[in-house]
Design a protein around this ligand. Structure first.
Ligand code: NAG
Ligand code: NAG
Ligand code: NAG
Ligand code: NAG
Ligand code: NAG
Length: 275
């Protein structure tokens, strides 16, 4: 009789900023980062405390992690909000978007910087808070993706870090309006003394037909995430087999299944009913 633990696991979730399903949403994003190989190839670890809501003009609703777009759809600067975390209105953040290439690509060659803003603030009375770049320093203004044709589905990763008072912009990235170029993003985070990684998401853009076979990524089956199935497993869904980064098996390239957060909740509800 697993009904009680499941209901409890949802009910005891902290009601930080009024989001009762936040832990499950965070875990789903973590699973997407794991399954797409972004962890650990770009980020050694990824334990955000908030979730992004990313919206482009003319697209329907919030971008789901790993969602595929044409370059035209993601050309304008998107709107970003976050839900979760626990920050004051004075707190500063750094917002970045980097091209981590297709799944399996060698991150030691660096990442293309598509957006980098220091001094970002969160505005609004309650969640979702607007991630505002208005008073920040846009080291690199948002530059829409334009991956080379035939190079596969590039992963554009958007990340928000706390920017403590000890932050020092590294040489070459101290002034506004430096164009798109390749840099070592993990080294930037380290050397500038950025703080906690607050939230992250990513989307993909592919031009033309891929000439290389991308690595396969496993779908995220949210009903099997620990926060959804605890302490017992459901019988109905298979656990996702994770793909290790750099593992470039050719063959079937099953693109990460996009599961909306409301579907996550529906899955939890279904599990409760089934039991
Ligand atoms: C992601 O991978 C890390 C290990 O790299 C693991 O500890 C964590 O539980 C995974 N998270 C999810 C949600 O799959
Ligand atoms: C982005 O924010 C602006 C200003 O708040 C708003 O007018 C616009 O409709 C928003 N666009 C999307 C796609 O959410
Ligand atoms: C948020 O942070 C403040 C001070 O840092 C703390 O007093 C408060 O308990 C925290 N709230 C939550 C919901 O974690
Ligand atoms: C930007 O700074 C001005 C002046 O300090 C302030 O009034 C405004 O609220 C700030 N805007 C944002 C989005 O933080
Ligand atoms: C896959 O890995 C092999 C060697 O391990 C390498 O020669 C090949 O270029 C890689 N393919 C892709 C698509 O990355």
């Amino acid at each position: 009789m697993f009904v009680l633990p499941l209901i409890l696991s949802v009910a005891v979730a902290p009601f930080v900023l009024g989001q009762d399903n936040l832990p499950l949403e965070i875990e789903a994003v973590e699973a997407h980062f794991n399954n797409s190989g972004l962890v650990p190839s770009l980020l050694a670890n990824f334990t955000p405390t908030a979730v992004f809501s990313l919206a482009f003009e003319g697209t329907d609703g919030t971008v789901q992690p790993g969602q595929a777009f044409t370059d035209k759809k993601v050309a304008p600067t998107p709107n970003l909000t976050i839900t979760g975390g626990n920050f004051t209105a004075e707190e500063l953040f750094t917002l970045a978007m980097v091209d981590a290439g297709p799944v399996g690509s060698d991150q030691s060659q660096g990442q293309t910087r598509h957006w980098l803003v220091n001094g970002v603030t969160l505005t609004g009375e309650k969640a979702p808070f607007t991630v505002s770049t208005a008073n920040g320093t846009a080291i690199t203004q948002y530059a829409g993706p334009a991956p080379p044709a035939g190079s596969g589905a590039h992963r554009y990763v958007i990340l928000l870090y706390t920017q403590p008072s000890t932050f020092v912009a590294p040489e070459g990235l101290t002034e506004a309006n430096i164009g798109v170029s390749t840099f070592d993003f993990p080294a930037y985070v380290e050397s500038s003394h950025l703080g906690e990684l607050v939230a992250g998401t990513y989307f993909t853009v592919e031009e033309g037909t891929a000439t290389a076979s991308p690595s396969s990524t496993a779908p995220v089956v949210t009903s099997t995430l620990p926060a959804a199935v605890s302490p017992s497993k459901t019988g109905s869904s298979a656990a996702p087999s994770s793909t290790s980064p750099g593992d470039n098996q050719t063959g079937s390239a099953s693109v990460s299944k996009v599961i909306s957060f409301s579907a996550v909740f529906a899955a939890v509800a279904a599990v409760v009913v089934l039991n």
